[in-house]
Design a protein around this ligand. Structure first.
Ligand SMILES: *Cc1c(COP(=O)(O)O)cnc(C)c1O
Length: 468
């Protein structure tokens, strides 16, 4: 499979190449040159497969012969063996024809484990083959950091540095990152906010001269295609258990960077019958405004109970816009350039295409808490605030109660106990493997909100290691 950039100005690349970078050299994001397509009969024949076997069917065409089948199988099976539920992504019933897809049974209790467990192992395999080492540099507002550290800590050829905003992540989130053992694992608490971390990250990727000659930076946020790829799988898995593919299914997805919902969009393009795809946002609602009123303009960031969706501009939305613009890289560059200083609209024709593809809703904090309490009263299930945003949005947007509606539950409630307490419920307990989290030793370094402070730190740690 070949991959092309959404900005259309760089040569196409292999799967391995896109795995080992971040943005494309022209500033775009990599997407497959062509999507594989599965027939209904083919999808139906996967009904009895376990999660790993299903994953292998779906991802194989994207990887081609770049990774031999037995090696790929081992990577996938090991990754999902880390999950503490035999079904990996189980469904639970929320209401009449309304389901919750529990994506929080991985090591760090958020859906990011689905991709990052695999990504760490894939990187390790590819780097061994090439006899190469890389440096992962990532920024996190919480969940990506711990999932990336957990996924990569065994990778012998990877040094991983994760920036988080000092004093601005939850205690559980910080502990999950800073207690990960390993001499290739580094946490940096930046004296700034998440946007500052992202700015530093972007600048470091743009000029990598601080690294030794034989190293390059690899991205672990969802601009990395490998993350999107692994998220396509659970749409198929949920559908197959609810009567699909003969029966169409709808999904509601709590959305920040548009990675998870984009994976659902791809599943539909690949032949999975999906009726509605609902984009659920909190009050940081650029995507909802665009879908519902053709207004693509950034606003001020607000801090909400669902911090993993506190994002002004969703990076993966570019991947969808690329399709909307009929894969015309130049048109996309023009749109993105104009976005810097003004509110944008697409043509009426394009907007009706958007509306036929997605529904959307925005949910505020008060309603989020109310929904947590409601769902608990109705079902006895505790849901996290990101999931609650999606439950509320799905109930608002559901157009056909005869179609099963699946709400993606992206995090375990114990990860975001503030909203649960606010909803008047008792704080949920952490699963057994994290029960002693607060007794574990933390390791992190506070650094100034400054590019050089970060690059100097990375450089000195790598030098120290090469001497020892
Ligand atoms: C990252 C995250 C999201 C948002 O996912 P995107 O792929 O960025 O849209 C939603 N919920 C939780 C709990 C997350 O960690």
């Amino acid at each position: 499979m070949r991959y092309i950039s959404t900005r259309g100005a760089c040569p196409d690349q292999s799967f391995e190449q896109v795995l080992l970078t971040g943005l494309a050299p022209d500033g775009g994001l990599f997407v497959p040159a062509e999507l594989p397509h599965f027939t209904v009969e083919e999808i139906a024949s996967w009904k009895e497969l376990n999660y790993s076997d299903l994953a292998l069917k779906i991802i194989a065409p994207f990887i081609g012969d770049e990774i031999p089948a037995p090696a790929l199988r081992a990577i996938v099976e090991e990754s999902y063996a880390e999950f503490n539920h035999p079904e990996v992504a189980p469904l639970s019933k929320l209401g009449e024809n309304e389901w919750m897809l529990e994506l929080y049974h991985g090591p760090t209790l958020a859906f990011k484990d689905f991709a990052l467990q695999v990504l760490g192992r894939l990187l390790d395999y590819v780097l061994k083959e090439k006899d190469q080492r890389v440096v992962i540099l990532g920024a996190t507002s919480g969940d990506t950091g711990s999932a990336a550290l957990e996924g990569c800590r065994h990778s012998e050829r990877v040094d991983i540095f994760i920036l988080h905003p000092h004093n601005r992540v939850s205690d559980v989130q910080r502990k999950q990152m800073t207690t990960v053992p390993g001499d290739n694992v580094y946490n940096l608490a930046v004296e700034g906010n998440f946007d500052d971390c992202q700015r530093i990250l972007k600048a470091a990727f743009a000029d990598q001269s601080f690294l030794p000659d034989d190293r390059q930076l690899v991205a672990v946020n969802s601009i990395n295609w490998g993350r999107i790829l692994m998220q396509i799988v659970y749409y198929f898995s949920a559908s197959l258990r609810l009567g699909g593919p003969q029966q169409a299914v709808s999904f509601t997805v709590p959305t920040g960077n548009f990675g998870d919902i984009y994976a659902g969009y791809l599943a539909r393009q690949m032949g999975l019958p999906i009726k509605q795809l609902v984009v659920a946002t909190n009050t940081n609602d650029i995507l909802h405004r665009f879908i519902s009123s053709n207004d693509y303009s950034s606003a001020n960031l607000s801090r909400t109970f669902s911090p993993s969706m506190d994002i002004l501009v969703s990076s993966n939305f570019e991947r969808y816009l690329f399709d909307l613009f009929k894969r015309d890289g130049a048109a996309l560059v023009d749109f993105m350039d104009r976005f810097n200083d003004q509110a944008l609209h697409v043509s009426e024709k394009q907007w009706s295409e958007v509306k036929s593809c997605f529904d959307s809703a925005s949910v505020d904090d008060a309603t989020t808490c109310k929904t947590i309490a409601e769902v608990y009263a109705e079902t006895g299930l505790l849901i996290d605030p990101h999931t609650a945003v999606a439950v509320k949005a799905s109930r608002e947007c559901n157009a056909d109660r005869d179609i099963p509606m699946v709400v993606l539950s992206t995090a375990h409630p114990a990860k975001f106990s503030d909203a649960i307490t606010q909803a008047g419920l008792e704080t949920p307990t952490l699963p057994a493997h994290l029960q002693n989290l607060f007794e574990r030793e933390e390791r992190y370094t506070v650094v100034a909100n400054d590019l050089c402070a970060v690059t100097d730190f990375v450089k000195s740690q790598l030098e120290k290691k090469s001497l020892s």
